[in-house]
Ligand binder design. Structure first.
Ligand code: SAM
Length: 215
């Protein structure tokens, strides 16, 4: 039934999403500025927003701002958002797109900014990682340090990164193996199938959700 994914995806988008001028303007402005169309898809953004509300998250740390699409989803769900972005053009565009919302965008590489946030004693209710596919374990490790006990780490695109990095064999040292050995967290993998406008066929992906038990 994989082939039905595009139809059901389209139906879900039409049925479940409401107009959101701020998100629409963010996408239009990001495209005009030449940013790549790789923000979370609208239903995934809605999921982030619902998840923020379910968790009652008041503080969210995001890794990978791009044009601020997902930042808007968190902020509109009632959270104060701190977002890290390595690319100055993306940061500037995001700053325009999130005007009027409680979002601060920090310019820098996450692997530098996260340790400095930890040094300042910062803790967040939710950490969302949506940056590059290669340093996911290091980013996850810092994310756990930066999450309050009982808070949550959301690591996006884990399946895509495992496929890209040849970690699909059971015996390989995959990100899942490493996370599974981490006693600080209770974790699951949530598999997803989406029909992305950029891909002709449905894409199998998935994200990791981890609740922090202790540090
Ligand atoms: N969360 C965004 C959204 O849904 O609108 C999409 C983020 S996009 C998939 C990934 C972003 O992470 C890009 O803007 C990229 O420049 C940024 N990035 C990549 N590596 C990074 C790093 N090491 N530190 C901080 N940002 C990084």
């Amino acid at each position: 039934n994989f082939r039905l994914a595009p139809k059901i995806d389209a139906q879900a988008r039409a049925a479940l999403l409401r107009p959101n001028p701020k998100l629409d303007r963010a996408l239009t402005n990001s495209a005009a500025k030449g940013l790549p169309p790789i923000s979370v898809l609208p239903l995934a953004g809605q999921h982030l927003s619902i998840f923020t509300q379910l968790l009652g998250a008041k503080t969210v740390l995001e890794v990978g701002t791009l044009g601020g699409y997902s930042s808007i989803c968190f902020a509109e769900a009632g959270a104060k958002v701190t977002s890290i972005e390595i690319d100055p053009k993306h940061r500037d565009t995001a700053a325009e797109n999130v005007q009027g919302l409680d979002v601060e965008v920090l310019l820098g590489a996450a692997e530098d900014v996260m340790p400095s946030l930890a040094k300042d004693g910062r803790k967040f209710d939710l950490v969302f990682i949506d940056a590059d596919f290669d340093g996911q374990w290091e980013l996850f490790d810092w994310a756990v340090k930066l999450t309050r006990v009982g808070g949550c780490v959301f690591l996006d695109d884990v399946v895509a990164s495992m496929i890209k990095n040849g970690q699909t064999e059971e015996k390989s040292e995959s990100i899942l193996t490493k996370i599974g050995q981490d006693e600080r967290v209770k974790t699951t993998l949530v598999p997803t199938v989406t029909s992305h406008p950029m891909h002709p066929t449905p894409v199998f992906n998935g994200f990791v959700l981890a609740i922090v038990k202790g540090h």
